[in-house]
Design a protein around this ligand. Sequence first.
Ligand code: NAP
Ligand code: ZN
Length: 335
Amino acid sequence: MPIHGHAAYAAKETLKRYEYQPGELGPNEVEVRVDFCGICHSDIHLIDDDWGMSRFPFIPGHEIIGSVAAVGTEVSRFTLGQRVGIGWLAGSCMECEWCIRGEDNLCLKPSPTCVGRNGGYAELVRADSRFAFTIPEQLDSAAAAPLLCGGVTVYSPLRNLGVKPWHTVGVIGIGGLGHLAIKFARAFGCEVIAFSTSLEKEKESKTLGAHRFVLGSDPDRLSGTANSCDFILSTAHTDLDWNGYVRALRTKGTLCVVGAPPEALLNVPAVALLLQEKRLCGSAIGSRATIQEMLTFAARHRIGATVEVMPMPEVNAALDHVRSGKARYRVVLKT
Ligand code: NAP
Ligand code: ZN
């Protein structure tokens, strides 16, 4: 039976109806009937082939919540109809050094859900069952979908890169990832500064949990934050005044990049890093263990994405809405 969805046929084009034959279900695979799928900016980078890794045609979508429609012969963990989530990875090699260490998000031969395979802007999607996650019952499906990529991408560095409850955390870019970073950092007990290019997000970012708002695109206001943050997470999908943000770090502070602007070169003077032992690093999604832990944390602290739900057939209007920067804060498609 073919699977129907909405695919990009070439770079930067609008999506069109598409069907593909998925073949026989693998012994470890799970087939999921999609209920909700978030629009991550990575889907837009893939549609535009910003990273040169897109393989057309393909169905985007990797923030998926749905129900198990079929399981392979070796799958005993799931029952039909059970609610599950799938994120950026639909599988990993399970054999490389990083998979063995439990850092499968760094797998050397990964299988991203919508690179070389078809993702969640569709009625059904498939993944290795070991990359499908049970969703705590306290979480609403639409609000939980963006946690599978956006949520874990911001949770993982806050969890794993030494952020402490007494730290001040800056979040650059208050979009899908950024608004979740504010919610998680606040729940971790941190002081949170929202760095945004949009003045109209000042009030909203405080409602989301930020203690302070800074118009980061204004050089004077950015320089006014010098030596204030222990940790800064950049979620912006565009190039930034990196030097200004390195100056915003306190001694031994870390600037971690999760936003993936294709054109950005992080041009920072070496001296600015070494004199105060500042660190610059990147972080990629999160491991399976981190995803499951993040879901537990989100359920306990009632953290879900703030979403705008749009019907799946209106996917092109939904993509335009995200591109326009007007989404508040994650658009989620509903089948
Ligand atoms: P999004 O919802 O579109 O939000 C991006 C935010 O960037 C915007 O809301 C905006 O916030 C800010 N921004 C826009 N133009 C800007 C500019 N000129 N200068 C500074 N900030 C600007 O995107 P998203 O889904 O959160 O994804 C963000 C990035 O993370 C993308 O590049 C995506 O590919 C990447 N990503 C990486 C990983 C990973 O594993 N590392 C995982 C998922 C996504 P303000 O209005 O507040 O400025
Ligand atoms: Zn994503």
